[in-house]
Ligand binder design. Structure first.
Ligand SMILES: C[S@@+](CC[C@H](N)C(=O)[O-])C[C@H]1O[C@@H](n2cnc3c(N)ncnc32)[C@H](O)[C@@H]1O
Length: 519
């Protein structure tokens, strides 16, 4: 049994989570070590997030004379690893890698770094240290795995080789931009191997992963390879790659454009979504427990309903794609949280009391409220005609907001843009948004959180593309609207979402927009 398997059996998951102890599966560790040892003369090796040293064990199998150094911050795992590596060329340190060993360089570095959000990590000083040493600006959203990566690059010897397995998140997120910029500038990154497994390769950790191979030698191409099952690693040289020269890679955009098949390529006549609509996030109150109201709470504090702003506060309150006044009234009757306190410029005593109560609770000193004037003024967001769910397992959830009420950040708001040249028919747009074709094309611009969980920030949608349904023949548009109206009737009157009707709209889209020239 592997040392890691024994460890998992004995040690509580809470402890493992605290230190991000998710171990590299053996076939992946072997693949990484094999690459490091291919045509190379390695004398020194660093394993910065040692754990039980799976990479070092495999490296010693290749060459028992190399000198290895390892770091780990957890006493428990460190003492087990020290026992396992007695009398070997491995020097282990119970120290934080990010703060130590800056002055040493290595022929090889192999790592599965801890995936921990910065605010779970004790100290912000490392950001300053990294900035000073490497000249990279990093935001507080940075995950510490990227700091491990940058520090290791700094510690690589000329001709040295480095293999890292990391969540692929930074390739497609805002905080990753500066890291990608640095990777391009330093020209060490040779291969990115992106896993798109149906199952998680790290038990219980919700991440999709990528292996990065870096080498301190001159060359200016970067290869991207998609791997969808672990067996492809055995036959890696024959798996199809996409090669780009550094000059043709843009750190500002999501890199999935370079490695993932773009769904939009199958279609013709696409336009940017932001040419017809603008997506903004919903209202952030900064203290939902204070601002959110239901009818009972309004009675308790004697707040008249006219001082409350109708607002969707939970995504589970909207079950169907068309949200009507009737649905809203039903939520009120069920005493759901569907209002926000709206006390600005109201001279009523009960309003004043509730504002005072908020101050007694220090609500006015919260991060967001302290920046507003007065602190209890909620953001000015007009109700949007279409809403869209933020986190999705099954694809985007669009809602036609016929009740015309505002929303908290659980939904993004979609407003139509004023367009002199084109009259945007909102029902036509909404009919389109409901289709699988629309969702498939939007997925090109999603960011992924592993386990199939997709997230769209407002700008992901703003930058996405849609089919130009507005330029279709009038007769086709009429057909779509007719199908949509039948669909809507079913939803509103019978609470049924007819997939058959949506499927018919999809077929119209496929017939009119499929690009026969695309492969
Ligand atoms: C994802 S595990 C990888 C373990 C092992 N190398 C493997 O691949 O199976 C990350 C390891 O880094 C350790 N760790 C967490 N923060 C660290 C830090 N700041 N410095 C050094 N090690 C750290 C954890 O205790 C854990 O053992």
């Amino acid at each position: 049994m592997l040392a890691e398997e024994k460890y998992i059996q004995k040690i509580d998951i809470k402890h493992r989570k605290k230190f991000a102890q998710f171990f590299t599966p053996l076939p992946i560790a072997e693949f990484m070590v094999n690459w490091i040892f291919k045509d190379n003369n390695i004398k020194t090796l660093l394993e910065p997030a040692f754990g039980l040293g799976i990479f070092s064990r495999l490296a010693l199998d290749k060459n028992k004379n190399i000198k290895i150094k390892g770091f780990d911050v957890d006493k428990t795992i460190y003492s087990k690893a020290s026992d396992n590596f007695q009398n070997s060329n491995v020097d282990l340190y119970l120290e934080d890698y990010l703060y130590n060993d800056w002055n040493n360089k290595y022929d090889a570095i192999i790592c599965n770094p801890p995936y921990l959000k910065f605010h779970d990590y004790k100290n912000l000083e490392t950001l300053t240290e990294i900035k000073k040493k490497l000249g990279v600006n990093l935001s507080g959203f940075t995950n510490i795995y990227t700091l491990f990566l940058l520090k290791s690059i700094y510690q690589l010897n000329q001709n040295g080789k480095m293999a890292y397995i990391v969540p692929s998140e930074f390739l497609n997120s805002n905080y990753g931009k500066n890291i990608k910029k640095y990777l391009l500038k330093s020209q060490l990154l040779k291969e990115i191997i992106i896993f798109d497994f149906k199952e998680n390769i790290f038990d219980k950790a919700i991440t999709t992963s990528a292996i990065l191979f870096l080498e301190k030698t001159q060359s200016n191409t970067l290869n991207f390879t998609n791997i969808d099952n672990i067996f492809q690693l055995n036959n890696f040289d024959n798996v199809k790659k996409k090669s780009y020269s550094y000059a043709n890679i843009d750190y500002n955009i999501k890199w999935k454009k370079y490695y993932q098949k773009q769904n939009s390529l199958k279609y013709k006549n696409l336009i940017p979504f932001n040419s017809v609509a603008k997506v903004k996030r919903g209202i952030a109150t900064g203290a939902n427990e204070y601002f959110v109201f239901n009818i009972e709470k309004a009675k308790k504090y004697n707040i008249d309903i006219k001082y409350l702003l109708p607002c969707i506060t939970a995504s589970k309150d909207i079950l169907l794609p068309i949200f009507t006044n009737n649905d809203f009234n039903n939520l009120i009757k069920k005493n759901k949280n569907v209002f926000l306190f709206n006390g600005v410029n109201k001279q009523n005593n009960h309003i004043k009391d509730y504002v005072r109560y908020g101050e007694e609770q220090n609500i006015h000193q919260r991060h967001l409220t302290s920046k507003r004037k007065p602190w209890y003024k909620i953001e000015n967001r007009l109700p949007a005609p279409i809403l869209v769910g933020v986190f999705n397992r099954k694809g985007l959830k669009f809602i036609r907001n016929e009740a015309n009420i505002t929303t908290l950040t659980t939904f993004h708001c979609i407003y139509l843009t004023e367009n002199l040249f084109q009259n945007i028919d909102i029902d036509l747009l909404f009919a389109y948004l409901l289709t699988d074709t629309a969702k498939e094309i939007f997925n090109d611009d999603s960011r992924e959180y592993g386990n199939g969980l997709k997230k769209f920030e407002p700008n992901d949608l703003n930058n996405a593309k849609i089919l130009n349904i507005f330029d279709l023949d009038v007769s086709i548009k009429k057909k779509i609207l007719n199908l949509y109206n039948q669909y809507k009737d079913e939803v509103v009157n019978n609470k049924i979402e007819s997939q058959a009707l949506l499927h018919e709209i999809d077929t119209i889209l496929q017939n009119n927009f499929s690009d026969v020239n695309s492969s």
